[in-house]
Design a protein around this ligand. Structure first.
Ligand code: PRP
Ligand code: URA
Length: 222
């Protein structure tokens, strides 16, 4: 595995024991889609919690049954941008954390031959409506999809963007950090490297297929 000194300072890897435990289950080839989806949601919550630690709040006054006190409410308008398909599984967890967040879907798939991202769906309105954009995608492999998503958001007018992944490859982390050094990356693991087909090793396979039970069909099995 790469050491932290090889990787950019914009990278934040969670080392929480709950994340480590759930991540091993997520990777396992034995984990069925239903359990896989639950784990994606749970790890997303934990990584997302860390990613939101510096979201801005403003003071409010709250009346308890006993007396008035000072409280805080979220000041940032937050936009969740799940990258279809696999990012969909991260949305519910992030909405539990930030119930007022807006969700803007972006459809990108990776061309299997060139490994370049192809945009096929974009539900963003004409101008940016949020202060902080969180891109949700379980996998950061070559970094092509994440870099394309960040470019779409910057063209849209987004000023503060964070990338939230579950598993990242060092190649993808470096590619994003080089193209967009202003975008912090949060994840649960940085794995060893990509294989010749652009899959993360050891990784978990194809995150979209494993969530939606389509792995067999894509492998051409009956
Ligand atoms: C996966 C993943 C990322 C992308 C990462 O999506 O969810 O979006 O690959 O690879 P990259 O860093 O090399 O761009 P995929 O294209 O398989 O689409 P899917 O979510 O519809 O399965
Ligand atoms: N996309 C995935 O779903 N898994 C990988 O290992 C690489 C890209």
């Amino acid at each position: 595995m790469p050491t932290s000194s090889d990787l950019p300072a914009t990278l934040h890897v969670s080392h929480h024991p709950a994340v480590l435990h759930k991540l091993a289950l997520l990777r396992s080839v034995e984990t069925e889609p239903k359990k896989f989806r639950e784990l994606v949601r749970e790890i997303s919550w934990l990584v997302g919690y860390e990613a939101l630690a510096d979201a801005r709040v403003r003071p409010i006054t709250v009346q308890t049954p006993i007396e008035e006190t000072e409280g805080a409410e979220l000041a940032d308008r937050i936009g969740l941008i799940p990258i279809l398909r696999a990012g969909l599984g991260m949305v519910d967890a992030m909405l539990e954390l930030m119930p007022t967040a807006e969700v803007w879907h972006l459809g990108l798939f990776r061309d299997e031959r060139t490994l370049r991202p192809v945009e096929y769906y974009n539900k963003l309105p004409d101008t940016a409506t949020v202060d902080l954009c969180l891109i949700l995608d379980p996998m950061l492999a070559t970094g092509g999809s994440a870099t394309a998503a960040i470019e779409v958001l910057k063209d849209w007018g987004a000023k503060r963007i964070k990338l939230i992944n579950l598993i990242a490859a060092p190649e993808g982390v470096r590619a994003v950090a080089e193209a967009h050094p202003d975008v912090p990356i949060y994840c649960a693991s940085v794995d060893r490297q990509l294989n010749e087909r652009g899959y993360i090793m050891p990784g978990l396979g194809d995150a979209g297929d494993r969530q939606f039970g389509t792995a067999k069909a894509l492998l051409g099995e009956p």
